[in-house]
Design a protein around this ligand. Sequence first.
Ligand code: KG4
Ligand code: ZN
Length: 349
Amino acid sequence: MYILGIDTSCDDTSVAITDGTRILANSISSQDQIHREWGGVVPILAKREHEAQFARVLEIALKRAGLTLKSIDLIAVTEGPGLAPALEVGVRKAAELAQQYTIPVVPINHMEGHLFSSCASSRNGKGGFVPQPADFPLLGILVSGGHTEFVLVDGIGQYRIVGQTVDDALGEAYDKIARLLNLGYPGGSLLAQLANEGNPQAYPLPIAMRQSGDLNVSYSGLKTATVKLVKQLTDDGKKILTRQEITDVAASFQRAALETLLNKLRQAVKLYQPKHLLLGGGVAANAVLRQELRALAKTANAQLHVPYTLKLCRDNAAMIATAASLRQQFGVLQTVEPEKLDRRPRWSL
Ligand code: KG4
Ligand code: ZN
């Protein structure tokens, strides 16, 4: 079954083609260059760029897959969550294609895409965990720029958010500290690189929500403590940080940020005893996080699944098509009339 995935939820225009959960093409046009100047994503510019790039991104995807629109069996499009003006473009393009070529269309939640990004495999069979009925419940660990959620998956389409951030998302915290250290945009991955060179024990930063009695996390306190630390180190902005200080701040921040997450995940696996952990979202690219989670999974007798390529961690349409394929395989695919498609900026799993 050939699925055409579409995602324009934020600042990447992406069109993918999969054969079930096997990726034939995953074309992405990044808008980083455009938003860099503004230090963050400008919704109206994102919309304009999605409109300008969509046809080209679609053409590349079809060419790479060696297919035409006539052979597509299903269109899967992100309706939300995300930026309303950006989502609108993908939803409208999906409706147009569905009508023009009479292809059934299914709306997909962007976070369901991140959740199952480790279920996608390459053309030649690399990666791709396909859950079997006996594997449930799975525990999804979603860490991106907009979300930090622990999702208990009782079945495909049956999700319970058992823990989440009460303020900033993990990726957002990385980006904010990257900006504080003047690392450029987008800063999360640069901060993670510098953290690898620093000493994670250099500065004591707080590990939040230890005693909260639930599985929620928080990152605003850590951000405030890091801002205060940088103020002290720079003598209130009078000095500039040495490279050693920068890498040490990065490493200390990362240690506290990840420990906050891991602390709650240790509790979650004890409580729900999942056999499989699924990692997804932009921060899933983080090597230290992966390493820590591998150790955690081993202790919990569970298996950790991560996307087989870093491209599946960032926003992309192959994960959207993969989620649709799993829904189809498990008999919970709900297609809609193209004119019923609508953007849902605040759609929660
Ligand atoms: O999933 P994504 O591409 O977009 C959202 O839907 O949010 O995630 C992007 C986020 C950004 O906050 C970025 O800084 C963060 O993922 N990120 C990282 C790393 N690579 C990307 N955070 C920590 N370590 C990384 N290696
Ligand atoms: Zn995302």
